[in-house]
Every structure is written in structure tokens, then in C-alpha cells.
Write a protein that binds this ligand. Structure first.
Ligand code: IPM
Ligand code: MG
Length: 356
């Protein structure tokens, strides 16, 4: 089982080191190879996703990814910015299905900005389409407008587009995921305004007919954003497009108290996957040893489950994470009075210990 380890920028190196430590402690036949990605890759090789890194990722069974980005690259031309690395990996590996679970751990109910009764027991799964939509749609660019409100003015444009097969395949992913949970799917779109959303909704309904045991409902994205903070537990599986999914998954992450707890998986049709925490590179706290490694450790568990077929090992990691929370270990982002402050490394060590 070959894993490409891509720590990236900022806190990426610190949190990935802890996840690697946990993986090593499992004593499985895992072959791990590390490569540069993001800003550090740009600094070393002039590109955020060097050929060698892409090759390693393509040949691996799974990619364990940290985070990319730093303000110091903000002025670079877009193609050289660290974010292009993750977009390039998604595109080149065909990682169209993004799983972002939002689970509220019992011990962290108080860490959310929402009232405890709204989020206690929260367990929702956001499935975001990841290789289409306005993120990748062509054409895009800048030009001088020839029509619109200001002909002759400079304008910029992007293209929101979805094809039927792109929607069909993510619909199947959502319905199949729902079958393993409470058999409910909420499809989120903006069909009252957008053509892409109307096609999205039509295809969801069609594919849904193949899953009579799963209940499908539809919600407009603005309403979904509101319902997520009003009554988040009403959702179970939420499926949506790339752009809406980007926004709603950040919103959902905060329901759980800390974005530092949330893993994610991005899969292609052969179950090859990229696994990364839902949070970013947090350059403001990089190098201080205070970042929460649990999202990355939980991402490693998802990797074992989805790409490496090691369900038992995945469960072991998840149980160990629960245990360290019960024991009271807390990194700064989830610290509260009466708990034990842990550094990034201490948290990783505690998880390794809890595995046994
Ligand atoms: C995410 C991130 C990325 C995205 C950025 C870093 C390009 O926000 O994974 O949600 O927009 O998809
Ligand atoms: Mg995002």
C-alpha cells in the first residue's frame, strides 16, 4: 500500500508528521514517500505542483495531504499560487467526490458558537462535487465588455457548467453513502435562478428513482445556509456542487466547535483518494507547535477505510481520537478550563498511546 505524503505549507508539516506517526504505530505494510507541494514546492522548483510530485501522487494508492498557502504568495500570477496545487491534484487524479463529515464530539459541544442543544449529537455528511462547476468551467478570463451595463469597461468572467454524467456520478455517490446512514439525501442547488442548478436537480431526481429506499429532498442554497445554523441536525447527507459545497462545508465545520477536528476525503472512480484536513495552512500559527493534528489523523483513518480497505485500522484510530478527548487532552483551538493543554506533538503522542 503506497501513500504519497504531501505536507505542504504552514502547519501542514506539523500536523502531517503526527498523522504519519499514528500510521506507523499501526504496524501495517504501508510505504510512505514524501514530496513538496504548494508554496514550498514553488520556492524549490518554481511550481506549486512539480511534475515529480504529481507523478508520485498518481502512482500512489492514496495521498495524505496537509495544507497549502501563505500570504507571501498572494501576489504571484494565479498559476503559480499554492492553491493551484490542490486544484491540479483534484483535476489530474479525477477526484470528483469530496466527503466532508461534520461530527460534533460529545466533549466539544461547548466549543461551538451554537447552543449545545442544537449541535449535541450532530453527524452530517457533506458530499461536494469537486472537479466541475465554476471552479474549472471554461471559458474564463478578463476582457473588455461589449455588452452588459458598461460596454467598453474591463470585465472578468467565469463559467458555471455541469454535464449530465458529472451530476449522475456524484448523485450515485450520495445515494450510496446515504444507504449506509439514515437513508436521506438533501440536494442543494439554486434552480430558481441557474440553468446548471435546474439540470442538477433534474438529474438528482432521475438518479434518485434508482434508490427508492432513500428519501430525497431539495433545498435552495441560501435556505440551506440558513437551515445549517438554525437546525443542523435535520440534515443527514447533503450533496451539492463545487462552489456551494466549498461555502457550506466551511459553515458546517464550525457547527462542530473547531475546524481543527474535521477530516476530508476526495475520491475518484477507482477509489484512489486524497485525504486532507478541512482546515487550511494557518500561516499565523505555523511553527509554534500548537496546531490541532486531529483532523489530519482522522483523515488518515478515512484513507485507511476508503482507499486501503483497512476498516479495522480506521476504527482503531477513530476510537483513539475519542479516547484522547475523553482523557481531556486539548490543543489550543479546543481548549477550555479544566482540560489538559496539549501541543501538536503531545496530541499525536496521546493518540499513539491510545491506540494500544
Ligand atoms: C477547500 C479550499 C480550496 C477550495 C482552496 C484552497 C482552493 O477552500 O478545499 O475547501 O476552494 O476548494
Ligand atoms: Mg474551502
Amino acid at each position: 500500500m503506497k501513500i504519497a505524503v504531501l505536507p505542504g505549507d504552514g502547519i501542514g508539516t506539523e500536523i502531517v508528521a503526527e498523522a504519519v506517526k499514528v500510521l506507523n504505530a499501526l504496524a501495517l505494510p504501508l510505504e510512505m514517500e514524501t514530496a513538496l507541494v504548494g508554496g514550498v514546492a514553488y520556492d524549490a522548483h518554481g511550481h506549486p505542483l512539480p511534475e515529480a510530485t504529481l507523478k508520485l501522487a498518481k502512482e500512489a494508492d492514496a495521498v495524505l495531504f496537509g495544507a497549502v498557502g501563505d500570504w507571501k504568495y498572494d501576489k504571484l500570477e494565479r498559476q503559480f499560487r499554492p492553491e493551484q496545487a490542490i486544484l491540479g491534484l483534484r483535476k489530474n487524479l479525477g477526484l470528483f467526490a469530496n466527503f466532508r463529515p461534520a461530527i460534533c464530539y460529545e466533549q466539544l459541544v461547548g466549543a461551538s458558537s451554537l447552543k449545545p442543544e442544537l449541535i449535541a449529537g450532530l453527524d452530517i455528511l457533506i458530499i461536494r462535487e469537486l472537479t466541475g462547476d465554476i471552479y474549472f468551467g471554461q471559458p474564463r478570463g478578463r476582457r473588455i465588455a461589449t455588452d452588459g451595463h458598461f460596454p467598453g469597461a474591463e470585465e472578468a468572467f467565469d463559467t458555471m457548467r455541469y454535464s449530465r454524467p458529472e451530476i449522475e456520478r456524484i448523485a450515485h455517490v450520495a445515494f450510496q453513502a446515504a444507504r449506509k446512514r439514515s437513508k436521506r439525501v438533501t440536494s442543494v442547488d439554486k434552480n430558481n435562478v441557474l440553468e446548471t442548478s435546474q439540470l442538477w436537480k433534474d438529474v438528482m431526481v432521475e438518479v434518485g428513482q434508482q434508490y427508492p429506499d432513500v428519501e430525497l429532498d431539495h433545498m435552495l442554497v441560501d435556505n440551506a445556509a440558513m437551515q445549517l445554523v438554525k437546525a443542523p441536525k435535520k440534515f443527514d447527507v447533503l450533496v451539492t456542487g463545487n462552489m456551494f459545497g466549498d461555502i457550506l462545508s466551511d459553515e458546517a465545520s464550525m457547527l462542530t466547535g473547531s475546524i481543527g477536528m474535521l477530516p476530508s476525503a476526495s475520491l475518484n472512480s477507482s477509489n484512489q483518494g486524497l485525504y486532507e484536513p478541512s482546515h487550511g495552512s494557518a500561516p499565523d500559527i505555523a511553527g509554534k507547535g500548537i496546531a490541532n493534528p486531529l483532523a489530519t489523523i482522522l483523515s488518515a483513518a478515512m484513507m485507511l477505510r476508503f482507499s486501503l480497505n483497512q476498516e479495522a485500522a480506521a476504527l482503531r484510530i477513530e476510537a483513539a481520537v475519542k479516547k484522547v478527548l475523553e482523557q481531556g487532552f486539548r490543543t489550543a483551538d479546543i481548549y477550555s478550563e479544566g482540560t489538559t493543554r496539549a501541543s501538536t506533538k503531545e496530541m499525536g503522542d496521546a493518540v499513539v498511546k491510545a491506540l494500544a
